[in-house]
Design a protein around this ligand. Structure first.
Ligand code: ADP
Ligand code: MG
Ligand code: ZN
Length: 543
């Protein structure tokens, strides 16, 4: 692995004297603006820990920072004299070698084509790894939202789906599809899916290292109700997250030495999003021992680690949790990702997740684009996230879908499924029926926005008998969405109307857009559109 990945440059680059000088003095970047002291210090630190960088690159700026990596913009002069821009992703030194290698393998095998970011080189010094990628200048999603025309949205979605088709073809589940991981340059019409730090393999994945990368949750699943043994070690919790679980003795270089498969087989790792399931990125090298701290990873409360298989309980559909249920072990499933983009089956801890989870996230991105709201779902925990989804997609529908993947959900309040067009138009302010009403009343032309407090339904996950608080969340939604189709002639036949002129106008969003959205936001992963099928959706006709 490492030999190939560390096959650095050889003679590709010339030493850039000019850059060297700049590196040593002043830290002025190409644009001529001064960097903050903090960024300068970060850059200096990176040069110090990976000294070979300074021979090749001039690091200009820091362009991204997360829990597990920092990304820098750098330039290097090629032999031809051309100065090229690169993105340097410096992974935190505690990242597990297999996880790093898997991220690289995704980039090298699936990347470089169909809007999937490729990789140029990988540098390592001790436990510091820097992935060198081509740099794609990109716009912030919030800026995009206000400037994108419908035709731009159509192309954006098409290109995102193209990237998803490619990675799914390789049996890669990205797990963290969201705008900041899909770079877009409107001027160049270039797109790139990045960040395979959370990726998982499907059972038939073509990415060898993803076969090794297993989530902690997957391996710890109690679905078979096997009693767990305890011998003292603790599953990491938030308090231990910044400490490496596998400590490397000084001088040892974990990446250089390929991680032994036999050892890796016992490893469980996954990288969660920043504010998400932090614990799960860690690999657990020693055999995991279950303790009561397990419950802290779930966000659904603590429970003891015993897993009674043959006891029956009597608290079903009551407002209490019986002792049998209290002693049940938490059911666990992969849940890495960013809360607002998590598919219902992820939120409901379905242990068998497929690439359909990426399709849901793509649907949430599309929902943001059509409604001009970002982030669309804002939730601090999984149940709130589920309640928000139910408010839009309907409680009955959610319960039905949950049943299909073996989960039981009960809600205290019924919410009907919302009409997606009405929802998006009201949020975007293109709801013509509202406008007309406003005009009559001599009010501003814009659709007046009601900041409402939409109570989500109370959810009870009967399977786990979790007692949950009443879920209420605030979201800018219109209080009483109404059908608007009767007020304006909407073009339902896309074939005759899908010319680019129609695609410029937010007042003429074709039904096909909402049909695609509906099929991406299918609550049932088994019937949700695949990337392959979504690309053939008539909304994209003519691209
Ligand atoms: P993390 O795991 O920390 O989220 P990412 O790979 O998502 O790391 O990168 C973080 C950010 O860095 C991205 O959101 C993007 O803004 C920027 N970035 C990453 N790769 C590139 C690239 N190849 N070109 C330009 N910017 C990039
Ligand atoms: Mg990212
Ligand atoms: Zn019970």
């Amino acid at each position: 692995m490492t030999a190939a990945l560390e096959n650095l440059s050889k003679d590709v680059f010339n030493l850039n004297q000019n850059n060297q000088m700049k590196n040593d003095s002043g830290k002025e970047n190409e644009g001529g603006y001064k960097l903050s002291t903090e960024i300068k210090m970060d850059i200096d630190r990176l040069y110090a820990v990976v000294p070979q960088l300074s021979k090749i690159f001039f690091i200009e700026d820091k362009i991204g920072e997360g829990t597990f990596s920092s990304v820098y913009l750098a330039t290097a002069q090629l032999k031809s004299g051309i100065v090229e821009k690169f993105a340097l992703k410096h992974l935190i030194p505690t990242s597990h070698p297999v996880r790093i290698a898997a991220e690289l393998q995704c980039l090298t095998v699936a990347g470089g084509q169909d809007n999937v970011m490729g990789v140029k080189y990988c540098l390592r010094k001790d436990d510091h790894v820097v992935i060198v990628m081509p740099y794609l200048e990109h716009e912030s999603f919030l800026d995009l939202l206000s400037s994108m025309k419908l035709e731009d949205v159509r192309e954006y979605m098409y290109n995102l789906l193209k990237a998803l088709r490619r990675i799914h073809h390789f049996g890669i589940i990205h797990r963290d599809i969201k705008p900041s991981n899909f770079l877009y340059n409107g001027r160049l019409k270039k797109y790139a899916l990045v960040d395979f730090g959370l990726a998982q393999g499907t059972p038939d994945t073509k990415i060898e290292l993803l076969k090794v990368v297993k989530t902690e949750d997957q391996q710890g699943s109690c679905s078979k109700n096997k009693p767990m043994t305890s011998s003292g070690n603790k599953v990491p919790n938030a308090a231990t997250m910044n400490k490496p679980l596998a400590q490397y003795p000084a001088g040892k270089q974990p990446i250089k030495r390929p991680w032994p498969l036999s050892q890796a087989k016992h490893g469980k790792l996954v990288k969660p999003a920043k504010n998400a399931d932090i614990t799960s990125r860690k690999i657990i090298v020693a055999k995991r021992k279950i303790t009561s701290s397990k419950g802290t990873t779930s966000g659904l409360g603590r429970r003891p680690a015993i897993c009674p298989s043959d006891l029956t309980c009597d608290c079903y559909m009551t407002d209490r949790i019986c002792s049998v249920c209290l002693s049940r072990r938490q059911q666990v499933a992969p849940r890495a990702g960013t809360p607002g983009f998590r598919a219902p089956e992820v939120l409901m801890k379905c242990p068998h997740q497929t690439s359909a989870i990426d399709m849901w996230s793509a649907g949430v991105v599309f929902l943001s684009l059509l409604s001009a709201r970002y982030p669309f779902f804002k939730a601090s925990d999984d149940l709130t996230a589920l309640a928000q989804i139910m408010t839009i997609r309907g409680t009955k529908e959610t319960i039905q879908a949950a049943k299909s993947f073996g989960k039981a959900v009960s809600c205290s309040k019924e919410c009907p499924k919302l009409d997606l067009r009405t929802l998006c138009e009201r949020l975007r302010g293109t709801d013509c029926s509202s406008k007309r009403k406003s005009n009559q009343k001599n009010e501003p032309k814009e659709c007046s926005r009601i900041t409402g407090c939409v109570p989500g339904p109370d959810i009870k996950d009967d399977e786990k008998k979790e007692k949950t608080d009443s879920l209420t969340y605030k979201q800018e939604l219109h209080s009483q969405p109404r059908k608007v189709k009767q007020d304006i002639r909407w073009d339902s036949d896309f074939k005759s109307t899908a010319r680019s002129s129609d695609m410029k106008s937010w007042n003429r969003v074709p039904d096909l857009a909402y049909d695609l959205l509906d099929k991406l936001l299918d609550l049932n992963p088994a019937t949700r559109l695949t990337a392959e099928k979504a690309l053939k959706h008539p909304f994209f006709e003519g691209i």
